[in-house]
Design a protein around this ligand. Structure first.
Ligand code: HEM
Length: 105
């Protein structure tokens, strides 16, 4: 599946309601997403995660993010990410392409 970073950047506008990314990003309603691709769930410093997220045992990679971003509550029951998900897998794939641009802090 081809990945379109520019399309992912546009799609990420809906994530920005709760998440910051890039230089000087701070935890907000949701955790900072710098370096999230490759990160263990619930591990960004200083963010107050749900027990559900912390105990999920998930490592965020392209495969787990593809499922999670389509339906967060299904993949992590009890997560406090109250977001219905993005139903179009191509759009999710583009968001992942965008996320991959941002290395860990
Ligand atoms: C957690 C991505 C939209 C609120 C997360 C995590 C990821 C993520 C990967 C897990 C992070 C970790 O374990 O360190 C995204 C993306 C979004 C999006 C790519 C857009 C497509 C939103 C929106 C909200 C939100 C719109 C608020 C309405 C949260 C919260 C958490 C979280 C509160 C913490 C979950 C918990 O501790 O259970 N998000 N998110 N997210 N997100 Fe989002």
């Amino acid at each position: 599946l081809a990945q379109d970073v520019a399309a992912g950047k546009k799609e990420f506008i809906i994530c920005r309601a709760c998440h910051q990314i890039g230089p000087n990003a701070q935890n907000a309603i949701g955790p900072v997403l710098n370096g999230v691709v490759g990160r263990k769930a619930g591990s960004y410093p200083g963010y107050n995660y749900s027990e559900a997220n912390k105990k999920s045992g998930i490592t965020w990679n392209e495969e787990t993010l593809q499922k999670y971003l389509a339906n967060p509550q299904k993949v992590v029951p009890g997560t406090k990410m109250i977001f219905p998900g993005i139903k179009d897998p191509a759009k999710v794939n583009d968001v992942i392409a965008y996320l991959k641009q941002f290395k860990p802090d």
